[in-house]
Design a protein around this ligand. Sequence first.
Ligand code: ZN
Ligand code: ZN
Ligand code: FE
Length: 755
Amino acid sequence: MSLEARRIRVQGIVQGVGFRPFVYRLARRHGLKGWVLNDGEGVEIWLEGQASDLEGFLAALFEEGPPAAQIVRIQAHAAVPGGYSDFRIIESHKHKHPVTQISPDLGVCEDCLRELFDPADRRYRYPYINCTNCGPRYSVILGLPYDRPNTTVRTWEMCPACEREYHDPLNRRFHAQPTACPVCGPRYFLRTGGAELRDEVAAIREAVRLLREGKIVAVKGLGGYHLACDGEDPKAVQALRERKFRKEKPFALMVPDLQAARALIELTPETEALLTSSARPIVLAPARRHLPGVAPDNRDLGVMLPYTPLHHLLFAEGAPDVLVLTSANRSSEPIAYRDDEALKQLWGIADAFLMGERPIARRLDDSVVQQSAFGPLMVRRSRGYAPAPVATLPVQEPILAVGADLKNTLTLVVEGQAFMSQFVGDLEHYEALLAHQETLHDLLRIYELDLQQLTAVHDLHPEYRSSQHALSLPARRHLALQHHQAHVASVLAERGVYHERVLGVAFDGSGYGEDGAIWGGEFFVGSLAEGFRRVAHLRRALLPGGDAAAHFPVQAAAGFLWGLGDLSDLTQPPFCFPERFLKALELLRKGVRTFPTTSAGRLFDAVAALLGFTQEMTFEGQAAIWLEHLARTAPPVEVYPLPFDGEVLDFRELLLAVIRDRRQGRDIREIARAFHGGLAEGICTAARRLAQRHGGVVAVVLSGGVFQNTLLLNELRACLTSSFPQIWVNQVVPSNDGGISLGQAALATSSLRGS
Ligand code: ZN
Ligand code: ZN
Ligand code: FE
């Protein structure tokens, strides 16, 4: 029998997930010799042995990989045997610049959980238990290659027992970089007022006692601090709202297990799988129970399961079964992740701090996914997902896309792989702007790229902070790209669709248009390769007061209703519009500070105002969400007209119908429903006619924040299916502005290839 050799390259998430020991065991099982190593591109394997054993190895490589690994590609080449006498794991060597995929953080695994609650185990009740199959990754990585000295655990020296496990290829903790135990590793403690409770078990018990008493406890997690309180205690929830200056925005919940989650929200097999996946996102789904104060005016609840050992310990110690667990920050500042920063920012909000000694390398909010007619959709992509690549783009040059100003994320393209950053936040807050800059430099540092090599891509909006920051960077080249084209492009990038033409529908709150107007109800034809052309849009309205109008639905109402007859009686019942409405009309009359817009988000605001949402919004999209949830409580009704003339989708008849029905005392839930149905039908009609006119369109693409509206998506799916073979929406990245950076990177790809 003859000896054969193979050189094998494995790419994907294959580092820091126990891949080398898995290969080691597999090679020994098949009686093969050679070596395995980590480098900047992934894992490389040299194998020698009988042909049949080599075949068996390759088949098992694909099928049996470790749970946290994600193999993207395996390439095997025949080689000349080198006469190895054993199989070894050899030292990592460094690549020119790293392109390997960094593993996202992983929820604690079953094996570690078993040990956590086993009194005989040496890590019994140790809140930092982890192994190669689970635990922190991106949140502890300081640089590549992924080795202990490049993590935030580097200051803790391993004890002999941990050391033994770490060096044993047959152990679950072989090269588990953040491995630790109660003897050698970091600990948790509790701080209340001036006092510190250092005993870990006592600290966790005391935190639980405080939670049960209705107190608010700041808890250090994987990617930052959370504020926790009893979700079934309305007084505690109210206190949290008041102290956090978060009047109405829904809070996320954590429950101990799937059973408890099922009791709170309506789940599907898909969302159950997500809830229990190692990414452990918050799942947003229809509520089965009402919890006062947790999600006002909202029929959904956001629920997640425990993902750190500490979360499990808290529940095991008797923490309330429904815990509010919300990012620790004031209003919409970024999540606090440094201890000193948390203590300072949360002073006066938290009654106690359950703090851990292991530093967090970078902030990572909880991710959020939502159930829809198209399956689960990403709403916020952060912990558990970042920084895994979201797309492969046909480009070799490095690209940095800085995203938009709301729900900011960044995307870095290295050798065609698009890595999207964690969620950064709204850049109008100074803290978030700093976080944006920090994230940008962090990504460049990890992938060892210089700004001078990069094409920096930003939004067309000259006043976006992200645009201004991008322009201040000493990049090789700068590119400004249109917001709504980027929305559509993000969907195509996810799917790797480069040449096919689509009809793109981008509906959102606002984005800077090619003509300088505020866009947000746009239809495009084109492809990533050829670019996009705007072919239709929502009727133009005038928005009085500019950006402030995004906070006051009555201001949007004034603009959208302008020219539709006498509006002065809207200050009377049933509308009761406040003074602000008359002032907005005044601006329109004088023609000062009014801005043309085609924003669908503002149309939602106008309708919400007519149905009673006349106050200021306390978070982005609040009026539109209110309107959606109102509509979801009504049965299907006859829809309002939204005619399309080939170029413009005209909302005037629809708004007049809303006013008429409201005056006649029709149930506002039915009006809201008729509006949703009308919008869906209008979009469908327009899409159908545009596709016919422009020909050669393979799919209709929906993107933009408006398509987070699950009722609208349901109705659109129902009516688009008959005319389009394919309906594509965002699934990997958010359809809101959190997905813009990927779209920018994808659009830049074609500009670079064309130049
Ligand atoms: Zn584990
Ligand atoms: Zn130890
Ligand atoms: Fe947008």
